[in-house]
Design a protein around this ligand. Structure first.
Ligand code: ADP
Ligand code: MG
Length: 410
């Protein structure tokens, strides 16, 4: 009996000790963060731009606005203190909401910084300023986006792939390099850095929202921070909205897939990260694609050499396995691929949390072909034709009084 009580006492004492240790660790980390970030309100702009890493940074276009407090961090977001994804929120002096994105995790920056000197063939532990003296920056930029069709990657590939020939990079970067009258070399080092870490700021300038692309309005960059307009909430958080609203978003998602494939006069943009987290919608029901880290860009006007015997054939996605799989190699070997269309239909009607399902019974009763079309967009042969038909049916439904009357049905 007394042994039992003794054991119990030891256990209780151990438990108390653990509670005290956890408490101390929590308080220490809390005050540590406060010390680190300066006050109770979370990080300050200065601490997140990492301007000291320039020219191995994204650029400095929006620094004046950030440093003169025209863009203010919203420090009421407690989450920003323990923010692993490195996404911060803020607002402008005119009260427009903005998102401040570092575009990588801290460990990714550390990894990049550790290998920067080696990548640029400079001495070990070089100073980043030494990058300004290198002579082969154009080749370095080409090497990063190149996809070797003779020895295609077996590992998953991140960032931009520019294919079939990487020298198209000059055409792609035209809107960036010609807009400014800055220093060519430091701008190319910025581009090289973005291509290494996250090419999103490049894409937002090549596909500006002002020209109708379904992407966030681009504010600029400062050090290792990108500023974009807040474009609404992720569709993954909007699964409870009325079905009619979902249908409106679906219409925009399908037209975005068509736009990324056809709208640019030189390139196709095959998005590689289609998930409801990366698609947001705002109060005006505009839909934007917010995560442009992984994109295969195809130059559609090249003259195919012998290495591209099937260039003029269309590539239709084969069944490569369950879920979201694709072949960069095949996309790069053909002048047109149905990847974006298939991916759009996959987020709407595929295996993982399909956005449009369940379809309300009334719709299935009156328009059974709608469900069939969604499935043939996933598995059928001519997905472009199916997408055209789908657009037609959706347009029709959105004009139909009886469907509109469904307004509140979820
Ligand atoms: N411009 C934006 N407007 C609104 N929300 C955004 C915007 N950019 C990012 N977000 C939100 O932040 C999340 C993470 O951003 P994202 O670029 O997808 O980074 P990650 O690489 O961590 O997926 C998104 O899923 C979205 O909810
Ligand atoms: Mg994302």
């Amino acid at each position: 009996m007394s042994e039992f009580i003794f054991k119990k006492m030891i256990l209780r004492r151990r438990f108390c000790k653990r509670v005290i240790v956890v408490g101390i660790v929590f308080i220490a980390s809390f005050y540590g963060s406060v010390l680190l970030f300066g006050n109770f309100k979370g990080p300050q702009i200065m601490q997140i731009t990492n301007l000291d890493r320039c020219p191995a940074c994204y650029g400095v276009t929006v620094c004046p606005e950030l440093y003169s407090n025209q863009i203010i961090l919203d420090s009421t977001h407690w989450s920003s203190m323990f923010n692993v994804r490195n996404i911060f929120y803020g607002y402008t002096k005119s009260n427009r909401r903005v998102v401040l994105k570092k575009l990588a995790h801290d460990w990714e920056f550390r990894e990049f910084d550790e290998k920067i000197c080696k990548l640029m063939n400079l001495s070990e532990s070089c100073n980043v300023k030494a990058l300004l003296n290198i002579s082969n920056i154009d080749q370095k930029v080409i090497d990063i986006v190149q996809y070797n069709l003779s020895w295609p990657d077996t590992e998953p590939r991140k960032g931009i792939v520019l294919c079939p020939y990487a020298y198209s990079i000059y055409d792609l970067l035209h809107p960036l390099l010609n807009n400014r009258n800055g220093n060519y070399k430091s701008e190319m080092i910025n581009i090289w850095t973005m291509l290494n870490i996250n090419p999103e700021p490049i894409l937002l300038q090549v596909l500006p929202k002002t020209k109708g692309w379904p992407v966030p309005a681009y504010g600029g960059v400062c050090g290792r921070l990108e500023v974009v307009a807040y474009e609404g909430e992720s569709l993954s958080a909007l699964t409870h909205i009325p079905w009619l609203k979902k249908l409106k978003y679906a219409q925009k998602i399908i037209s975005a897939a068509m736009d990324f494939t056809f709208k640019h006069d030189k390139f196709r943009f095959y998005l590689m990260d289609w998930s409801l987290d990366n698609i947001v919608a705002n109060e005006k029901d505009e839909v934007s694609f917010v995560d442009l880290e992984d994109v295969v860009i195809l130059d559609k006007n090249i003259s195919p050499k012998k290495d591209l015997p099937d260039w003029y054939q269309r590539y239709s996605r084969e069944v490569l396995g369950p879920g979201f799989t694709f072949s960069i190699e095949n996309m790069c070997r053909h002048h047109l691929s149905d990847h974006n269309i298939w991916a759009a239909c996959y987020v709407l009607a595929g295996d993982e949390n399909p956005f449009l399902y369940p379809i309300p019974k009334v719709i299935n009763d009156t328009r059974p072909h709608f469900d069939r079309l969604l499935h043939s967009c996933l598995n059928g042969d001519d997905k472009f034709r199916t997408a055209g038909k789908l657009q037609h049916v959706i347009e029709d439904m959105l004009l139909d009084e009886k469907v509109i009357a469904l307004g509140a049905i979820r």
